[in-house]
Design a protein around this ligand. Structure first.
Ligand code: WTA
Length: 647
């Protein structure tokens, strides 16, 4: 039995959702989703109210997901305009720059309204219209939020590309969605170093149509190369009108595309639409974090990931919250930065990833203890399973044993939290995502035959029985791939790609991906992407990539590489391949270990047996299983003998 931690008494009494509420609301949400979501859809403002709530088919070959589909609204009006009367002077966004010596900004809802409207008018001036795509490749600066909201204001669809992605990755995404404009910045300061973002964008745009324009925000004022396609945002904004009426958008019009990795092929463009997404982001933000007026809320993610979309920008702003945006990294100037920021801005809810917690835990408690963290009320984690040691440190040292931890399990595809303990309702268990959110019906399936595993104390693959408003609607430009990926393996369910355990109490524990997706420092990566980057190198004949347990990153990237005949392994080549992958994809895909493999374990039909490669990388030879079906079983001995020392 794992130890549980009851909610603090005042939270149990005053939370948006208490223990008694949860059971009642959950039962109601499952019994009658139309009634439940019909009521909660009113959390946001509609231009034309919906009369239809839910219209969903999970039938393979005919998958269609619609929520509130005869309603119209505007997301920017919901995140800004509707708060102006009551909260015009309240801070919407606190911006904390990379260097603690530079001044933080407090952007009020009124300021946000002006800035977003200006950006919207600048985009219109570049010819961006409703339904057009705009790629955002930006540092964590307020203009990134303005850009998202400006697109929403005019009904354009944004696609954010994390600023750590390479020019190649950027151009693939610009071309993938046929973007008209790329919004970027001159440079991106992080951890005291400036990434030449504009130069990277230039390299990417060299592989895009000439008609694609660039809108460049001046962050550092560095002298950057300039061409005919470039527009200076600061110059245009200086004269742009700050009045831009919000466009009327249908609930099912796309709000954004966000590329994410899967088990096969190249990243796919996850499409989220307008009405259901906003309802779900707003509701989960308020309830999971038990957000109350005047709280300062901080999510440390980057807007390049879905967490930044739902829980830095859309959810908090739809709720009229004060949301903190941080440009820098947890260890600059030193490992106390997160805690200094919590103290400085009196953060109440703090939401980060297990990888950051583990890294900071390794730096010792003094960095935490020198900050006054008495403003904290709640802690959250996201992105990967959290190990009990990190959970306990987070709870004891950061939270002082006073702050409930919400371990939120969800995905780019789900738009918002699908499972998490609620801080006023549930006694938490270190490492468990625990309880489904309202309207979410988890189902555990037997991976071998797809049958439903009933009862408690069981394990299997995790599917969801029905839809929820925040669910993705399609893969951009490839609905068939959407159906194949999520609805073909287990018919009639949404397949999450994760495994899970339901414990004796009926609580859920996420056990990790069951497909060829790995999770490196909370960043999701397809092993196929890294493999295709490796084989693009002229000296590489074949490559297989798997994850292995890594103390800080959760999983590290282990590559088995077979060289072209005539090419010799060397330390230099290893370095070269690492740099190669960083340039092809980005630093987050940098291989941790590269093992030279004269041969890979293959079946007689030529299929690589990844199960074996995973076991070797995990240092778990006892469990290799049957290798007699291999075309050449002797390759396994060689791989084991030359396994990389993880050190
Ligand atoms: C993993 C991030 C365990 C999971 C929001 C999922 C988690 C993938 C948790 C999605 C958690 C996310 N506990 N595992 N609390 N949260 N994951 O799309 O494997 O970047 O499928 O979305 O991260 O990653 P993505």
């Amino acid at each position: 039995m794992s130890k549980t931690y009851a909610p603090p008494a005042d939270m149990a009494a005053n939370a948006h959702v208490t223990e008694a509420d949860y059971d009642k609301m959950y039962a109601a949400s499952i019994a009658d989703p139309t009634k439940f979501w019909g009521d909660h859809g009113k959390r946001i403002d509609w231009i034309k109210p919906y009369t239809r709530v839910k219209d969903v088919s999970y039938e393979f070959g005919n998958v269609s997901i619609k929520w509130f589909d005869d309603g119209t609204l505007n997301v920017a009006a919901n995140c800004i305009d509707r708060h102006l009367a009551a909260r015009g002077d309240q801070t919407a966004i606190i911006w904390e720059p990379d260097s603690p010596d530079d001044e933080a900004l407090h952007i009020s809802y009124r300021d946000l309204h002006k800035a977003t409207s200006k950006m919207a008018n600048v985009l219109k001036g570049l010819g961006v219209e409703k339904g057009d795509r705009v790629v955002i490749y930006m540092p964590m600066i307020p203009e990134a939020a303005y850009a998202m909201l400006a697109c929403a204001r005019i009904g354009a669809i944004h696609s954010i590309v994390f600023a750590g992605f390479s020019p190649d990755a950027l151009s693939a995404r610009v071309n993938g969605c046929g973007a008209k404009v790329v919004i970027t910045a001159d440079e991106a300061p992080r951890g005291g170093r400036n990434t030449p973002l504009k130069t990277n964008a230039d390299k990417a745009l060299a592989h895009c149509d000439d008609s694609v324009q660039a809108l460049v925000v001046r962050r550092t004022g560095a002298d950057v190369p300039w061409s005919d396609r470039d527009h200076d945002y600061n110059a245009l904004a200086a004269t742009a009108s700050d009045d831009c009426p919000p466009a009327e958008v249908n609930a099912e019009d796309p709000l954004f595309i966000l590329y994410t990795s899967g088990s096969t092929g190249q990243p796919k463009g996850v499409v989220h639409t307008t009405g259901g997404y906003l309802v779900y982001a707003a509701m989960t933000h308020q309830i999971t974090f038990d957000y109350h007026d005047k709280d300062v809320y901080w999510c440390t993610a980057d807007v390049g990931w879905v967490t930044g979309h739902s829980y830095i920008v859309y959810g908090p702003l739809a709720n009229g919250a004060t949301t903190l945006m941080f440009e820098g990294v947890p260890t600059y100037p030193d490992a106390s930065r997160f805690w200094q920021i919590c103290e400085k801005h009196k953060v109440a809810q703090f939401y980060t990833a297990p990888t950051a917690i583990r890294a900071l835990m390794g730096q010792g408690d003094d960095f935490v203890k020198k900050a006054d963290l008495s403003s904290l009320k709640l802690l959250g984690t996201v992105g990967e399973p959290i190990n009990p040691e990190a959970w306990n440190w987070y709870n004891d040292v950061v939270g002082g044993g006073r702050c409930p931890i919400v371990d939120t399990w969800w995905q780019t595809e789900t738009g918002g939290h699908l499972m998490t303990p609620l801080p006023g309702a549930h006694a938490t268990k270190p490492g468990a995502a625990q309880k489904p959110f309202f309207g979410i019906e988890p189902v555990v399936l037997d991976p071998t035959d797809g049958s439903v595993v009933e009862g408690n104390g069981v394990e299997g693959v995790l599917c969801i029985r029905d839809s929820w408003p925040g669910q993705m609607r399609t893969v951009w430009g490839d609905h068939e791939r959407f159906e194949q990926t999520y609805f073909s393996d287990f018919k009639g369910y949404y397949f999450t790609g994760d495994g899970c355990r339901r414990d004796a109490d009926g609580d859920y524990w996420i056990t990790g991906r069951v497909d060829d997706v790995i999770n490196v420092s909370g960043h999701r990566m397809g092993t196929a992407e890294v493999e295709s980057a490796l084989v693009a190198h002229p000296k590489v004949a074949e490559a297989a990539v798997v994850g292995y347990p890594h103390d800080i990153k959760g999983q590290g990237i282990y590559c088995y590489v077979t060289l072209m005949s005539g090419d010799e392994p060397s330390e230099e080549l290893r370095k070269e391949l690492r740099t190669w992958v960083r340039t092809e994809i980005g630093p987050i895909a940098s291989p941790d270990l590269i093992q030279w493999a004269p041969g890979l374990p293959k079946t007689r039909s030529g299929k690589i047996m990844r199960r074996i490669l995973r076991k070797i990388a995990e240092d778990d030879y006892g469990a290799l299983g049957d290798i007699s079906t291999l075309a050449d079983p002797s390759v396994v001995d060689d791989l084991i003998a030359n396994r990389m020392n993880k050190g």
